[in-house]
Design a protein around this ligand. Structure first.
Ligand SMILES: *Cc1c(COP(=O)(O)O)cnc(C)c1O
Length: 372
């Protein structure tokens, strides 16, 4: 048996769209599919505008530039996230300020944000980690009270919601990635959602070499961050399927919860916990081990691999990696990261396979902890 971490299934519609692109010759960033994709993705969220771009990283960069983030500014980010969240801040010349994680759902600990706000703070980038919504109502309130912008990093949580309101609708600008292993994909790609017309137009301009409506007149230094029509053509049909896909992923998570219930009750493994105000989309099913280090966690990954099961370590917290290390300590994120692991949860996974994975996890963990 071989169970990979991800398994992309693209449908007939994606194929037909790509064929149509090729036949029509509209394969660059012009043509119908880009506007259709932007509109459909914005509509799914009930947002007014979408600016498609080449990746989740360029989406974050565009968003921060559009909000005027620059050298000397500080931007609050969770330390437990993919590196691109912090890098985008640095691309603007600003400084990311790292905040620890909530122990239960692993996103930024909103109770620890306020003490990181200084005179220089301009924005907060909450990340909906592994499909789990960050506590947006509290973060939004805090931002309002302190005059800060909010940019949601939704790269791992397409379709997740808080009390029925979708993530990607809370911030001033909200960014998604469509990289191949995300919840929906265009191969590479990203989008910024906003309700503000001026912000929308400025991001469109920045994304296209800073070109104004007058051809070849460049009012600012922009970038070529455009998405291609081929990518939009692949992404478009997946918007319609998103709700169904999310439903399946939630079922897969419940199979894991059932299969691992004994270890969970003993708190030997501690899964990311869905909060009663939030609906996760379970990008991956993740947990951390009790009192464990990287060594035990890596042993679990290795043993799973011998059993044909691919798994992954949780991200390293950004504040311990060389470009960002200032010797600070953010203990909850460090604990989750060093003993955390994600298991496969792609939507075509069957119950049999999840039971097989759970059995393997149980056997290996019991051996690691001498529980047997
Ligand atoms: C994947 C990811 C990104 C970057 O997206 P790319 O499309 O790979 O550039 C940014 N933030 C988070 C949280 C991600 O998981």
């Amino acid at each position: 048996m071989k169970i990979p971490m991800a398994n992309i299934v693209l449908g007939k519609e994606e194929l037909n769209n790509v064929v149509e692109c090729v036949k029509s010759g509209w394969i660059s960033s012009k043509g119908n599919y880009i506007t259709q994709f932007e509109q459909a993705f914005a509509d799914y969220h009930g947002m007014k505008y979408g600016v498609s771009c080449s990746s989740g990283t360029t989406a974050l960069h565009l968003a921060l530039l559009a909000l005027g983030i620059k050298e000397g500014d500080e931007v609050i980010v969770p330390t437990l996230t993919f590196i691109a969240t912090a890098n985008a801040v640095r691309y603007c010349g600003a400084t990311p300020v790292f905040v620890d994680s909530n122990e239960e759902y692993w996103c930024i600990d909103s109770s620890k944000i306020e003490k990181s706000i200084t005179q220089r703070t301009k924005a907060i980038i909450p990340v909906h980690l592994y499909g789990f919504p960050a506590d947006m109502p509290i973060i939004q309130n805090m931002a309002k009270n302190n005059g800060l912008f909010v940019v949601e990093d939704c790269a791992e949580a397409h379709g997740a919601s808080i009390d029925g309101k979708k993530i990607g609708t809370y911030g001033n600008i909200n960014c998604f990635s469509f990289y191949a292993n995300k919840i929906m994909t265009s191969g590479e790609g990203g989008i910024c959602l906003t309700n503000d017309k001026d912000t929308y137009e400025y991001m469109k301009c920045l994304c296209n070499h800073g070109m104004s409506s007058k051809p070849y007149w460049h009012s600012v230094i922009g970038f070529n961050y455009r998405m291609t029509a081929l990518q939009a053509a692949v992404g478009l049909p997946q918007i319609k399927r998103l709700d169904k896909l999310i439903e399946k992923k939630s079922i897969i998570a419940s199979w894991y919860a059932e299969g691992l219930s004994e270890l969970i009750e003993q708190k030997v493994i501690n899964p990311q916990q869905e909060q009663n105000w939030a609906k996760s989309v379970w990008w991956m099913y993740s947990f951390y081990l009790k009192d464990a280090d990287e060594k035990e966690r890596d042993k679990l990954i290795e043993m799973l691999s011998i059993n044909g099961i691919e798994s992954r370590p949780i991200f390293y917290p950004i504040h311990i990696m060389p470009p960002y290390n200032k010797g600070e300590s953010l203990p909850t994120a460090e604990k989750i990261a060093k003993s955390g692991i994600s298991l496969p949860s792609y939507d075509s996974l069957t119950k049999d396979k999840v039971e097989y994975i759970c059995k393997a996890v149980k056997d290996i963990v019991e051996e690691l902890y001498y529980l047997g």
